[in-house]
Design a protein around this ligand. Structure first.
Ligand code: SF4
Length: 246
């Protein structure tokens, strides 16, 4: 179960009265794995509302030492509402036992890695929002919407990254192998041995993986298959040519 910034699932709770729809987050909601929160609304702010940014400090310094504040583009101090919203969010996390959150990057409440710099000019700086900071401090794992989508995209791509493929990567990196040989590891007398696959097995393995990429994942272009499987274009073409001849 994830706490998710409500705007990512299409709720029009953004300051502008709009949302930040993210299809990967919507999927979690549809699967019943999401609790939606909007800290700014939970803190009592209206929607639409004036945009706000952190000035004179960081989320940490505001929460821990009272240094800095959150102000709207019209200069109104809304720090209290932001802190209240974060506290309400923590209550929801605790009551539901949720230990992970996917939050909208860049927001003065939900930003995980960056926020806007307080000038209301669209300039970003490293930092986090008030709710993101308080959630993290309470032991909740936070992930931005961007990071979550990248993770999903990566896992869709990784057709065959089983253990031996990670080993293969290690071997390639450690020994500077130019050729992308498939390797696998075996445990013998408690010792791990990394070795090449026999040639015919390797060929069949490549064919299987490339066929999966095409048939199961619907990948058409050489570039897509290359990025999904880790094989070079030359290897892919060879396998496809051979398959044609059979
Ligand atoms: S980023 Fe967070 S506070 Fe802002 S609208 Fe979305 S859920 Fe609400």
């Amino acid at each position: 179960m994830y706490l998710i910034s409500a705007c990512l699932c299409g709720v029009n709770c953004k300051y502008s009265g709009k949302n930040n729809l993210n299809k990967d987050c919507v999927k979690l909601l549809e699967q019943g794995e999401a609790i939606l929160i909007c800290p700014e609304q939970l803190g009592g702010l209206t929607t639409p509302r004036k945009p706000a940014e952190i000035i004179g400090g960081t989320a940490r310094s505001i929460v821990e030492d009272g240094i800095g504040k959150v102000v709207t583009s019209e200069g109104e101090d809304v720090t209290e509402s932001f802190i209240k919203g974060a506290e309400e969010t923590i209550k929801i996390a605790k009551t539901s036992g949720t230990i992970a959150a996917i939050l909208k990057e860049g927001s003065p409440s939900c930003g995980c890695n960056y926020i806007y710099d307080g000038s209301f000019c669209g300039s970003k700086i490293a930092g986090e929002g008030i709710t993101a900071y308080i959630l993290k401090r309470s032991g909740v794992d936070i992930l931005s919407d961007k990071e979550y989508s990248e993770k999903i995209e990566e896992s869709n791509k990784l057709i065959y990254l089983s253990d031996y493929d990670f080993k293969r990567k290690d071997v390639d990196e450690n020994f500077g192998n130019e050729e992308s040989a498939i390797v696998y590891s075996i445990i013998k007398d408690d010792e791990e041995i990394i070795t090449d696959l026999p040639e015919n097995v390797e060929k069949n393995m490549k064919r299987l993986i490339i066929t999966m990429a095409k048939e199961m994942f619907g990948l058409e272009t050489l570039e897509d298959i290359e990025s999904a499987t880790g094989f070079t274009k030359k290897e892919i073409l060879e396998v496809l040519e051979e398959s044609k001849d059979e």
